[in-house]
Design a protein. Sequence first.
Length: 352
Amino acid sequence: MSSPTYRAEDLAAFASQLLHAAGLPEDKAQAVSTILVEGDLMGHSTHGLALLAPYLGEIERGAMTRAGHPTVIADAPAAVTWDGRRLPGPWLVLQAMDLATERARRCGTGTVVIRRSHHIACLAAYHRRATEQGLLMLLICSDPNAASVAPFGGLDPVFTPNPVSAGIPAPDLPVVLDISTAATTNGLTNRLHQEGRRLPAAWVMDGHGRPSDDPAVLFREPKGTILPLGGTDAGHKGYGLSLLVEAVTGGLAGHGRADPPEGWGATVFLQIMDPRAFAGLDAFMRQTGAVAQRCRAARPADDARPVRLPGEQGLKLAAQQRERGVALYPAIMPSLQPWADKLGVALPAARP
């Protein structure tokens, strides 16, 4: 039998009701639920509603701040720094996008960095809001409270997978890239370890430095680590990118790995650029359109797999699932059943 599917609106309402029942104000609950469902719509099943049960646990323990606003640390015309006070990450990012967009309209570019945010979920889920306005957006984050990725040539973890993402306006569909500076993510390795499964390739190494496709090496003593992007051959590139992420997140925010850990969270760099302030939006779209067309026209190495642009599959899947229903990863709804029972929220009905 095929997996049940759900209306995206029903999933968002269900998630929002759970978060609100757990103590988040309605605006924050709606922001978080919208971004989580967007992650599942795009097929990022480890960074969608799979995060809802852990988020609810954080709220219950008091590890996620329920109410209030970020504290302004610095405010220049095109550069703002916030202390996120461990408020819900998706709400903080959406607020920062609004502010960065306003500054970009005025200054050509607007940057908001956030220290002490809670986890911000799927980075790809945010970009369509910017590209639909003809805006170029960068979103980068790290979690200074954890470490699972070793520097190239080392055995001891220093970094998290430190994702880098961008939304690039282009004719037809925007380009939406969301990549880790490590070979894989904590979410995937944790899921596969719990299910007793292997990674598609040797993306981790054990505590003795031997590459492996078994995520269990991350949990055995001596603990292994996730390899930097590029693996054992070209991992110096991922290592360098990780250092760049640390600079634009923890460095610019003034809070990161030099400070005591506070729990699961994020330090965030968000930048909006308005092409209208540069050579103009038409000129920008002409260039991105030409590059996109040449990529799609490139002869495929496998005729059954034509070249596509980053994010293209996720955006098309999201449109399809909005129409036909969202197919959740099988473990997600069972993980939410106890919270629904505890908080008195009815599970959403599957589509017929």
